[in-house]
Design a binder for this molecule. Structure first.
Ligand code: ZN
Ligand code: FE
Ligand code: FE
Length: 187
């Protein structure tokens, strides 16, 4: 990526209108997506299941496009691209990293990775749901459409993670439960 780092949002900028708040939330989403692009590769490395690895890698590519989409959103709004640190995403990623560093059965750790990834997707769904609603309300129609594209990608990613958990990962994690002395038998 050859693009420059976004400026940090000024602290103490007053929230005088819904539009101000909308911009702040977009700045926060910029940080959320950026943090996710850094976290996913670690999750891929730590994941045992190949389907899980592939799903995460696909969502990494989507996330990179989502950042470009936010660039476009700022441009359409006539705002400089800025980023505002999100304590929420930082906390979620820290929790995920702690889990990934724990020793244990790889299949159980895959279940932990899915749980962590879904927490992040649910958070993104909440945030994008909010900004789509505000954009529509303030008649930033093109911006609303862009944000809705991302919202739909987050929902899809969440559904795929659910399917993988329900079809494979949870069962594997259960299966390993009482055979901890044995080696994992792979796929
Ligand atoms: Zn507005
Ligand atoms: Fe995202
Ligand atoms: Fe996502």
């Amino acid at each position: 990526m050859a693009k420059q780092k976004p400026k940090k949002m000024k602290k103490g900028a007053p929230l005088m209108s819904l539009h101000d708040l909308f911009i702040v939330k977009l700045c926060e989403l910029y940080d959320v997506e950026t943090m996710i692009t850094k976290a996913i590769p670690k999750m891929v490395k730590s994941a045992e299941n190949e389907d899980l690895q592939q799903l995460l890698e696909e969502h990494l590519e989507e996330t990179e496009v989502q950042i470009e989409r936010l660039d476009e959103v700022f441009e359409k709004l006539g705002e400089p691209v800025k980023s505002k640190k999100s304590a929420s995403i930082k906390g979620m990623i820290t929790d995920a990293e702690v889990m990934m560093k724990m020793k244990g059965e790889p299949t159980v750790k895959d279940a932990a990775i899915i749980a962590a990834a879904q927490a992040v997707e649910h958070y993104e769904i909440a945030c994008y749901g909010t900004v789509v609603t505000w954009a529509e309300l303030m008649e930033h129609d093109e911006v609303a459409e862009l944000l809705e594209e991302t919202l739909n990608e987050e929902k899809m990613a969440d559904e795929k993670l659910t399917a993988l958990a329900e079809d494979i990962i949870n069962a594997e994690a259960m299966g390993e439960d009482d055979t901890e002395e044995e080696e994992g038998e792979g796929e």
